[in-house]
Design a protein around this ligand. Structure first.
Ligand code: ATP
Length: 246
């Protein structure tokens, strides 16, 4: 993976470009990297702040032959790869907020957005986008108290290309292991070791309800297992859910 790298000084969003490359059937593992996104995206149509020159915006194009229902789990695989890559390059402890945020000192440094295209009921391609705050020093008012960067927290400057290479290297290893069973059963323990919601109170909001529970860890398909106040357990699926509280 990452043998082909396509670089843009500016783009609408790297996921958008990677999806075009998917339509063109470009090589598996093609990596799109940009210095700046004008329309960086988060989940559910949210915006990803993407100022120029200091962060990593990248998207990986894949053609996995897996069930469509398994594809969202790739978000969790990438979150692990980012956390491990950062650990390697910075020697700092980062964790994951389920399902898709990488967190340092209680603040978000990375968001991941997985999108797929279907042909009949099969996956045509998958794109995994990563926005990683490397050296950003200022954040807009709305996210100032919940966003940070690796530079702000560690005071270390590293080469972005080295960090990208480490993340992709880890992803490649984790992805291979994921593909054997097409689920997270073999990666689950490693994911849970990085999971910050474990043993912590989480506030869960879906379009239908809002409640508090205790995070337990993920199951084999990447759902978050939680214990409710009445002692019962429930598995929550990432789709429509927001989890708050660390
Ligand atoms: P949340 O973390 O609020 O639950 P989410 O996981 O549903 O959000 P994501 O797709 O991960 O959504 O990210 C989008 C959200 O992340 C935005 O709504 C904004 O609050 C926040 N955000 C946007 N840009 C950045 C950034 N550069 N760094 C950190 N956080 C950001």
């Amino acid at each position: 993976l990452g043998r082909q790298v396509v670089f843009f000084a500016e783009t609408d969003s790297t996921n958008q470009k990677a999806k075009l490359f998917g339509e063109e059937r470009r090589e598996n593992g093609t990596l799109v990297v940009a210095e700046h996104q004008t329309l960086g995206k988060g989940r559910r149509g949210r915006k990803w702040e993407s100022p120029e020159g200091e962060n990593i915006y990248m998207s990986l194009l894949l053609y996995p032959q897996i069930q469509t229902s398994s594809a969202p789990q790739l978000t969790l695989v990438m979150a692990m790869a980012v956390a491990k890559g950062i650990r390697e390059v910075y020697g700092t402890d980062v964790g994951i907020k389920w399902p898709n945020d990488v967190v340092l000192s209680g603040k978000k440094i990375c968001g991941i957005l997985t999108e797929m295209s279907l042909e009949a009921e099969f996956i045509s391609y998958v794109v995994i986008g990563v926005g990683l705050n490397v050296a950003q020093q200022e954040f807009p008012q709305e996210i100032r108290d919940k966003a940070t960067s690796l530079l702000l927290e560690t005071k270390k400057s590293v080469s972005r290309s080295e960090l990208i290479a480490e993340v992709i290297r880890h992803f490649e290893d984790l992805y291979e292991r994921f593909l054997i069973k097409e689920n997270l059963s073999d990666l689950r323990e490693e994911y849970n070791a990085l999971l910050l919601n474990r043993g912590k109170e989480v506030r869960i909001s879906t379009p239908k309800e809002e409640y508090t529970a205790t995070g337990l860890g993920i199951n084999d398909t990447g759902e978050l297992l939680v214990r409710l106040e009445d002692g019962s357990e429930r598995a929550i699926y990432a789709g429509e859910v927001s989890v708050r509280g660390l």
